[in-house]
Design a protein around this ligand. Structure first.
Ligand code: FAI
Length: 509
């Protein structure tokens, strides 16, 4: 007769599983709550106290932590000395361990949970048994997941528990206990940048491929998911998002989060905003965003921060788009947009701000961890450094341009008027080229005569100010901080334009 030890917090399917184990001639051993459920179902079960010779004690902190349990799990069946030791101490080997852990994650997700309550949900005995069983997987099968019960029964019935299959169960245990401990470590940590970085993510979806079709990829979601995340969005229509879609959509969500005060639309391609429009209605905001760059939007992503109405849907329907993300759609708008089979319609509430978590990027051989850039500047953060003062309209345009340029890949330049981007220079290795690109694009727009220019970082020399002024820009905002700031200020004064320092740099690499 083989022995199975069952000790589970999540009792889903345990009675059915245990019934089959009894039919397979297993002797069941169990801890308090699990024993009660099994006994109530009429199953023969030995109490853990009768195995250890000790009562479960200290409010359940010690139940299975005993040599009679762990020697029974860890003894090597192929070593006569080990089996002799078990016999000397009258310890019965354990062949199957069915354990799932105290729900620590679910506990800390609850609002207002106290540290003492969380600590009581740190499982000690369960992971210990699982680890012992997993180390000795050749002889002991650890089962951690109720969705595996059926598979385990089939393997037991068919004598299919080969060593590679047992090893896979062991690996699942160590991944699970590592993830469990990682959450505990993060929860208890007193520092944001610990000596050992342990991150806990769970498989979200296998992706068709990565950035390119020869790269495989999978999306993982944080074990503590954020509400405001592309991975939390409801895909109402269309197929699964690709790797590039997810990155682009994530960028779009980060951008629109900085524009909550008015109906706003962001169009996006290749991680850069193609256009940003703000207006009193969502249709007008769409119209401005679309007209900001009606070429780049082709095949792009649109994110809106208000309900999509029919008029806006009809306008968007004219264009080939990959994804639309909005907090809601009127039924008519949804019906209009859903006519396109391949267009993805996503729903995500925009009430929550971006969580002040860390962003992680990989480099060869490591990762870099930093705070998210959640700074946005208001007019009151600006210092006018030119002799010429901005008008109220220019100030509003400078604030809008500054918010927009933060989301453009460096070296970033944005030419805009309040409520509409007009031209962008993105990702050029020198700033003056970005200035030229942004102005060239913006010049084709009617609103250009009112346009201002924003730069994500300081101008290293006065050439950008000179070029902008020569091409009709009347006001510029940049963080300042260059040793040559004075040259830019002098140039602005010489050419009679406004120069404002925002103080905060917004590199985005
Ligand atoms: N303290 C121990 O020795 C111990 N042994 C097993 N457990 C856990 O107790 C739970 C099951 O308890 P019960 O059968 O009483 O409902 C399982 O989640 C199991 O992982 C323990 N609890 C916490 O560490």
């Amino acid at each position: 007769m083989q022995r199975a030890l069952l000790s589970v917090s999540d009792k889903t399917g345990i009675v059915e599983f245990a019934t089959e184990l009894v039919a397979l001639d297993f002797e069941l051993v169990s801890t308090g709550g699990t024993l009660k459920v099994l006994a109530q179902a009429g199953l023969p079960v030995v109490a853990i106290d009768d195995v250890t010779g000790f009562p479960e004690m200290l409010d359940g902190r010690v139940k299975t932590l005993h040599p009679r349990v762990h020697a029974g799990l860890l003894a090597r069946r192929d070593l006569p000395a080990h089996m002799q030791t078990l016999a000397e101490h009258q310890i019965t080997p354990i062949d199957l361990v069915v354990v799932n852990l105290y729900p620590f994650k679910e506990t800390i997700k609850q609002p207002d949970i106290k540290l003492a309550q969380a600590i009581e949900q740190i499982d000690i005995g369960g992971p210990s048994m699982l680890r012992s069983a997993a180390k000795n997987y050749v002889s002991v099968l650890p089962v951690i997941d109720p969705t595996d019960y059926e598979k385990v029964l089939e393997l037991l019935h068919t004598d299919g528990l080969t060593n590679p299959i047992r090893k896979a169960f062991a690996a699942k245990v160590f991944a699970h206990t590592a993830a469990y401990d990682s959450l505990i470590a993060t929860y208890l940590a007193e520092t944001e940048f610990p000596e050992k970085l342990t991150l806990s993510y769970e498989k979200f979806a296998n992706l068709r491929y990565g950035e390119n079709s020869h790269q495989q990829a999978t999306a993982y979601r944080s074990a503590m998911p954020e509400a405001y995340s592309i991975l939390s969005a409801d895909i109402m229509h269309g197929k699964q998002l690709s790797y590039n879609n997810l990155r682009d959509a994530d960028t779009a969500l980060r951008i629109i989060a900085d524009f909550t005060d008015q109906p706003t639309v962001v169009t996006l391609k290749h991680m850069n905003p193609a256009g940003i429009g703000q207006a009193d209605t969502i249709y007008d905001a769409w119209d401005k965003a679309f007209k900001a760059d009606d070429i780049s939007i082709f095949g792009g992503i649109v994110v809106l921060n208000r309900e999509v109405d029919l008029k806006t849907a009809q306008a968007m329907h004219q264009i080939f788009l990959e994804i639309i993300i909005a907090p809601s759609y009127t039924p008519e708008a949804y019906a209009e947009l859903a006519k396109k089979k391949n267009l993805r319609l996503l729903k995500l509430p925009f009430a929550q701000p971006i969580a002040p978590m860390k962003d992680v990027v990989s480099v060869l051989g490591g990762v870099l961890v930093q705070d998210r850039d959640l700074e946005t500047e208001r007019a009151s953060d600006f210092t006018v450094v030119s002799e010429k003062q901005p008008t109220a309209d220019q100030l509003a345009s400078l604030v809008f341009a500054q918010k927009a340029v933060k989301h453009v890949k460096s070296n970033a330049i944005m030419v805009a008027v309040a409520g509409q981007t007009l031209g962008m220079g993105a990702g050029q290795p020198n700033r003056i080229d970005s200035v030229k690109m942004a102005i060239q694009k913006a010049q084709t727009k009617v609103a250009f005569k009112e346009a201002v220019l924003a730069s994500d970082a300081f101008f290293p020399m006065a050439d950008s100010v000179a070029y902008a002024a020569a091409h009709g820009i009347q006001a510029i905002v940049e963080p300042g901080g260059s040793i040559k700031d004075q040259a830019s200020i002098d140039k602005a004064n010489e050419l009679g334009i406004v120069l404002v320092f925002s103080k905060t740099r917004h590199f985005k690499h």
